[in-house]
Design a protein around this ligand. Structure first.
Ligand code: SF4
Length: 188
């Protein structure tokens, strides 16, 4: 369970390939709205026909494949429909090219994950209560200040010590100390 800051399609596939089931919300990274054109979410994918249905109700076919940012993407468009489209100015800023929709070749993995999250919204609440809680507590113990070290290796060690201390305190809270006395910490 992760929050949307961790959304990464290659990571989702890698996690599934390892035999685990990732769940996280998707960030809307589409720049279409900023450009003043239809958001990608308005284009509906039809898996049976392998086409996108655009806001004007036309079918955009799978025409080519590209490799971008480490991913294979299918590209969907329909030259003729876009050329004659009455709402073209709301859909693309290009004078001659049709609107193109890119789809990651493993997009179905993302879709299934998002559908599961939609069906079970309590999963994110579960994450808040289990995953975020320790970080909030550790931050509070640290006095909501910065880490003392710099660099991945040193920060990793510092955080590991915080987590170790957290786990000890958590175990003591849950299991008690069975009559044993704890040595008084001299570092505080
Ligand atoms: S411009 Fe093309 S993709 Fe956009 S709504 Fe019109 S036909 Fe559909």
């Amino acid at each position: 369970l992760a929050d949307k800051g961790y959304f990464s399609q290659p990571d989702i596939k890698d996690t599934i390939d390892l035999g685990a089931e990732p769940i996280m919300p998707k960030t809307d990274t589409s720049s279409s709205e900023k450009k003043g054109i239809f958001n990608r979410s308005l284009f509906k994918y039809d898996a049976n026909k392998d086409i996108y249905l655009c806001p004007a109700g036309n079918e955009l076919q799978n025409r080519m494949q590209v490799f971008e940012q480490g991913k294979y993407l299918d590209v969907y468009f329909n030259h003729i429909a876009c050329r004659d489209c009455k709402i073209r100015s709301q859909c693309t800023n290009s004078k001659k090219d049709p609107r193109r929709i890119r789809r990651w070749v493993h997009e179905v993995l993302t879709e299934e994950m998002l559908q599961k999250l939609k069906n079970e919204p309590e999963l994110m609440l579960h994450r808040k209560q289990t995953v975020e809680h320790p970080f909030g507590t550790i931050k509070l113990w640290m006095g909501a200040t910065h880490l003392l070290t710099r660099g991945l290796k040193s920060v990793g060690t510092e955080i590991s010590l915080h987590v170790l201390a957290y786990n000890f305190r958590r175990m003591i809270t849950i299991m008690g100390v069975n009559g044993k006395r704890l040595a008084k910490c001299t570092c505080q």
